[in-house]
Ligand binder design. Structure first.
Ligand SMILES: NC(=O)c1ccc[n+]([C@@H]2O[C@H](COP(=O)([O-])OP(=O)(O)OC[C@H]3O[C@@H](n4cnc5c(N)ncnc54)[C@H](O)[C@@H]3O)[C@@H](O)[C@H]2O)c1
Length: 255
């Protein structure tokens, strides 16, 4: 996939950190960023899958390093950001993408599931922003893209923990945009509709069929389509855009 990705050198020489890069949207973003010339530090909690992605990208000539770990773990987040600064001279772009998509309604939600979801999707996203923003602010420039969701805009069945956890991604985007703008750092988010990733394939097939019908374009999205939006928001072409949550949803939220 990396060899056939569109490329134009839009990120030539830029240092980027991407979390949750071993699968799905994060992996597609890593492949697109590599094709665009970025210098990458990729994170995932699945070290084996992450190493496979890094090896495949390195084989195409990409400059890419792995930093395995859990984004909910402050020390692991510091390590990945330190690695990018030391190896690539700073951080130009953070894609805070790692997340879990648990299914639970009010009767089945447990304290453990709630806490784990918030630890990864909430605390993890905050920690990645915190430790990437520091070196960005030191250089007076940088761009952050968070992966939010349409579930941070509308209510859906079975998302008692997931939906609220994605409000954190959108909330951080708005509040940090105001805090970081005077320091030269932009932060935006994408809000994907249903995207064909391993996380979604693991769900109930009946739910995916329902999802297809609810997207006006008549299909679910591809990870590459979200990666293209992330690339735009991370690139200098979005230089006057900060604090937005961009739907990448086949028209879902237009209804
Ligand atoms: N697929 C969709 O339909 C969809 C829709 C809206 C938003 N999203 C968001 O997009 C992001 C990626 O989702 P995806 O569908 O590609 O999922 P995925 O499960 O296919 O890939 C996610 C990757 O993140 C990694 N990960 C999970 N928890 C982690 C942690 N604590 N630390 C480090 N890595 C971790 C996983 O190992 C996996 O490789 C998530 O934030 C998700 O909420 C997905």
């Amino acid at each position: 996939m990396a060899q056939s990705a569109p490329q134009s050198g839009r990120l030539a020489g830029k240092s980027a950190v991407i979390t949750g890069a071993a699968n799905g949207i994060g992996r597609a973003t890593a492949e697109r960023f590599a094709a665009e010339g970025a210098l990458l530090v990729l994170n995932d909690r699945d070290a084996v899958a992450l190493d496979a992605v890094v090896a495949a990208l390195a084989a195409t000539g990409a400059k890419v390093l792995a930093s395995a770990g859990d984004v909910a773990d402050e020390a692991a987040v510091r390590r990945m950001m330190d690695m990018a600064v030391q190896a690539h001279g700073g951080i130009d772009i953070l894609v805070a993408n790692a997340g879990v998509i648990p299914e639970a309604d009010l009767s089945s939600i447990t304290v453990d599931l709630w806490d784990r979801t918030m630890a990864v999707n909430g605390r993890g996203m905050m920690l990645c922003c915190k430790y990437a923003a520091a070196p960005m602010v030191a250089r007076g420039k940088g761009a952050i893209v968070c992966t939010s969701s349409i579930s941070a805009v509308i209510g859906q069945l079975g998302q008692v923990a997931y939906g609220p956890s994605k409000f954190i991604a959108s909330g951080l985007t708005a509040h940090l945009a105001v805090e970081l703008a005077p320091k030269g750092v932009r932060i935006n988010a994408v809000a994907p509709g249903t995207i064909d990733t391993p996380a979604v394939r693991a769900m109930d097939p009946a739910g995916i069929a329902t999802s297809v019908a609810r997207h006006p374009l008549g299909r679910i999205g591809k990870p590459e389509e979200v990666a293209a939006a992330i690339l735009f928001l991370a690139s200098d072409e979005a230089s006057f855009i900060t604090g937005v949550v961009l739907p990448v949803d086949g028209g879902f939220l237009a209804q």
